[in-house]
Design a protein around this ligand. Structure first.
Ligand SMILES: [Zn+2]
Length: 112
């Protein structure tokens, strides 16, 4: 089966790097493109322990407590580092800028 280019364009993703010319392989799932990009920009990030999910309300005191627990568990990481979270339920999307260091919050189930 073939689709018009515009239909394909809505269904494919690629990771890319802001610091060099690297582009990841074409993927049909956004989360896989995110993983490709994180593997390029943050080698070793998959070895970090997964931490409990970020609070759903994400209000300042709850987020500050979560960040403190996550960083105590994982340790110091550079700005732009991702986090693996242990979520439940149906949502598994990688969430940009939600890690304690400003990069993606990746549902640990995505890595299995
Ligand atoms: Zn790069």
């Amino acid at each position: 089966m073939s689709l018009p280019v515009s239909a394909w364009a809505d269904k494919i993703c690629r990771g890319a790097c802001c610091g060099c010319e690297w582009e990841g392989p074409i993927r049909t799932r956004r989360e896989h493109a995110v993983l490709d990009a994180l593997d390029h920009t943050c080698p070793g990030w998959r070895a970090d322990p997964a931490v409990p999910a970020a609070p759903s309300d994400d209000k300042r005191p709850a987020r500050a407590r979560w960040v403190a627990k996550a960083t105590a568990c994982i340790g110091d990481r550079p700005d732009g580092w991702p986090v693996r979270t242990l979520r439940t339920g149906n949502g598994y999307a990688a969430v940009a800028r939600r890690s304690p260091w400003g990069d993606f919050d990746v549902d640990d189930r995505t890595l299995r």
